[in-house]
Design a protein around this ligand. Structure first.
Ligand code: B16
Ligand code: MG
Length: 217
């Protein structure tokens, strides 16, 4: 059977997409760029600086912002986002996740986190889940972002598990692509995910017997 499960954070453990959206919307409005919920969906699983690049492109203003100006905008967005995170607690854990983490731990299956969010440690702490994870990738030390497999390979190395022995769970296309490229098996949460080994509508459907059945297919 599998030796590890490596989780994405946003969209799998908790869903802070609406908070990222509020923060980006305010920052973008400040420089005259309007973004809507449909555009926001394209930022799922995309790193902070890459999200900013997409927003500037969307507004046709990418050429007007150099590295320093971008750093200021990203810092402004993050300050808003961190403010919005203040209300986060255990109630924000997505359905089925606490039970799954508990069941995996009981079976001695290693648990990893592969989030590109630089706020991941603070979010896990707010959710009361820090001690549940055997290894969390430090996103600040990555050279390449999803869909590159680096983040999942780093998580496997940290857990001392071969990628071929691990399952990755993701809600974003870039994340599914990263898992597949790493040699792990992929589980997708949501719709419009291409190439996932298994796709579920909701985290509520996740449990160990289901993952075992998927593993043996
Ligand atoms: P931060 P994940 C991602 O989290 C979010 O889906 C994405 O919207 C966000 O821009 C990114 O984290 C970076 O977050 O600004 O907090 O570093 O899905 O990889 O857990
Ligand atoms: Mg995600």
């Amino acid at each position: 059977t599998f030796a590890a499960v490596i989780f994405d954070l946003d969209g799998v453990i908790t869903d802070t997409a609406h908070l990222h959206f509020q923060a980006w919307q305010a920052t973008a409005a400040g420089i005259g760029i309007a973004i809507d919920a449909a555009f926001n969906a394209q930022l799922k699983g995309i790193s902070r600086m890459d999200s900013l690049e997409r927003i500037l492109q969307h507004g046709g203003k990418a050429a007007r912002y150099d590295a320093d100006a971008r750093a200021r905008l990203a810092a402004q967005k993050n300050a808003r986002y961190v403010e919005l995170l203040a209300g986060l607690d255990r109630r924000a854990i997505l359905p089925g996740i606490s039970e799954l983490l508990e069941a995996l731990a009981q079976r001695g299956i290693a648990i990893g986190l592969a989030s590109v969010s630089l706020n991941a440690p603070a979010i896990l702490a707010a959710l009361g889940l820090t001690s549940r994870f055997n290894y969390c990738v430090d996103a600040s030390r990555l050279r390449r972002t999803k869909p590159d497999p680096e983040i999942f390979l780093t998580a496997c190395a940290g857990l001392q598990v071969a990628p071929a022995q691990a399952i990755g769970i993701e809600d974003a296309q870039a994340g599914i692509d990263a898992i597949n490229a790493s040699g792990m098996r992929s589980v997708g949460i949501g719709s419009d995910l291409q190439g996932a080994g298994l796709v579920l509508d909701s985290t509520a459907q996740l449990n160990v017997p289901l993952l075992q059945a998927f593993w043996s297919t």
